[in-house]
Design a protein around this ligand. Structure first.
Ligand code: PLP
Ligand code: SF4
Length: 366
């Protein structure tokens, strides 16, 4: 594959998501055609692929700056030998999802919402993936039988009013298969909103077709959350995909992961967040990198995360500021981590600091 100078004109089916999917780069040899690699780097990639597969869409690969070994796009998709280095505190099931899974494919941790993992496939395998232990292992999506069991669970639990369809990436499934899943969820009277978690707008924006949106629109209210991590991902193609989603009346949110050397500085984060708001994508969560095995080199300190949040808050539109959370190891769920603006508090007054570090007092009601 040749991705230099306008691959879109070279490959007539560039804008066809099935072509992009079929032509993913999945081994070191193919990668070396688009990104110069030494023999040692090729061997390292081969070693990494023993524990977590690689797949890079031609579109996402075309965004790599091939001259920069630390390019933020490259680091998210090209394996690094550091993935094979064991790291203190690594966990097999970092979010403790197994213990909160009453039936296969469903994680029911919070009172009113459930996570429904409908596939283990993705269009790209992100090197920092939380679910790298299981994602990419099998190439099939949920069987009809398992779908039935999961739907029966949700139907039985009337407290579930929000179902988060995730994976893997649900939008790599065919529209027909996805419709079967979404319409089954929609047929449950107590389910109010259906959410889809997908990285397709970032790594395979051509998947956002009119056909897909026409289907989704039948099952409103639908919300979509995507996963942009770096301002360089905010391309014209990505913007067009996001515009289509939002114009279809589907609110679009974004969850980023704080990644060392990729987006762990306030300036990069600001460009990302303001760029998202410009595209009408609402920043939702900023995740502290979890304890999955093989991603230790992506972890940055919580202090750094708090410092970035502090620099954002008050300095840019509130709309652009996500919630910074740690998904607590062992299954505690998402816990918001904040800069401490309250200096002291008693029954008389609250002493606090504003975004500039100036002190203010609020007298408590008598
Ligand atoms: C993140 C998550 C949700 C959704 O949480 P929100 O805070 O509502 O976005 C639901 N279930 C599980 C298991 C989750 O990890
Ligand atoms: S798209 Fe999501 S589930 Fe798939 S590899 Fe990336 S982070 Fe993991």
């Amino acid at each position: 594959m040749n991705l230099k100078n306008g691959p879109r004109t070279r490959y007539p089916r560039w804008d066809d998501w099935k072509w992009q999917f079929a032509n993913r780069i999945t081994n070191a040899e193919a990668l070396s055609k688009v990104l110069p690699l030494t023999d040692c780097e090729k061997a390292d990639i081969g070693e990494c692929l023993k524990s977590f597969r690689m797949a890079i869409t031609p579109y996402y690969a075309s965004l790599i700056d091939t001259t920069d070994p630390n390019d933020p796009i490259r680091r998210q998709c090209v394996p690094s030998i550091e993935e094979t280095h064991p790291c203190a505190n690594d966990l097999q099931d970092p979010l403790g999802e197994l213990k909160d899974s009453p039936v296969p494919h469903v994680v029911h941790r919070y009172p009113d919402r459930a996570l429904f993992l409908v596939t283990l496939r993705c269009s790209m395998y992100c090197r920092h993936c939380t679910r790298r232990r299981v994602v990419g292992e099998e190439d099939r999506s949920i069987s009809e039988k398992a779908l039935g069991t999961a739907i029966a669970y949700i139907r039985k639990h009337e407290e579930i009013r929000d179902v988060l369809v995730s994976g893997g990436d649900p939008l790599v499934m065919s529209t027909e298969k996805l419709e079967r899943i979404i319409s089954s969820i929609r047929s449950i009277p107590h389910v109010d909103i259906v959410r889809i978690g997908t990285r397709v707008p970032v790594v395979l924006p051509m998947r956002i077709t009119n056909e897909l949106l026409q289907m989704l629109k039948k099952y409103q209210p639908i919300w979509i959350n995507t996963h942009f991590n770096h301002p360089r991902e905010l391309t014209e193609d990505a913007a067009a995909a996001c515009t289509k989603i939002v114009d279809a009346g589907i609110p679009l949110g974004n969850q980023s992961v704080l990644l060392k050397g990729i987006n762990d500085d306030a300036e990069t984060m600001k460009r990302l967040l303001l760029g998202l708001v410009h595209m009408r994508v609402r920043p939702y969560y900023l995740y502290q990198c979890d304890l999955s095995c093989g991603i230790g080199h992506f972890r940055t300190t919580v202090e750094k995360g708090i410092e970035i949040m502090h620099e954002l808050t008050g300095n840019i539109s509130g709309y652009a500021v996500p919630k910074y959370v740690i998904d607590a190891p062992g299954g505690g769920g998402k816990i918001p981590i904040n800069y401490e603006y309250v200096l002291s508090r008693n029954d008389k007054e609250v002493v606090m600091e504003n975004y500039k570090g100036e002190e203010y007092k609020y007298p408590q009601p008598v």
